[in-house]
Design a protein. Structure first.
Length: 75
């Protein structure tokens, strides 16, 4: 079962929903968000792909150390 978030946004009173399926539609989505004077909803659909081959280390201490080594002026 899939949920149509664009229809939910419309039913919630958002007058300007937009579903973006292709890269060529990104400019229209940016324009919708930038130029709108009311609530807008942009749904970006992403194709499922395989996860990256490497395992990401999300440990805060390791990430902080790696950031400081890569950016010595940031500390």
């Amino acid at each position: 079962m899939s949920v149509d978030l664009e229809k939910i946004a419309t039913a919630s009173g958002i007058k300007r929903p937009l579903a973006i399926d292709q890269e060529t539609e990104l400019a229209a989505g940016a324009r919708l968000i930038r130029e709108g004077n009311s609530a807008s909803f942009a749904l970006l659909r992403v194709k499922p792909t395989e996860p990256p081959a490497f395992k990401r280390d999300l440990g805060p201490a390791t990430c902080r150390t790696r950031f400081r080594v890569a950016n010595p002026r940031a500390t």
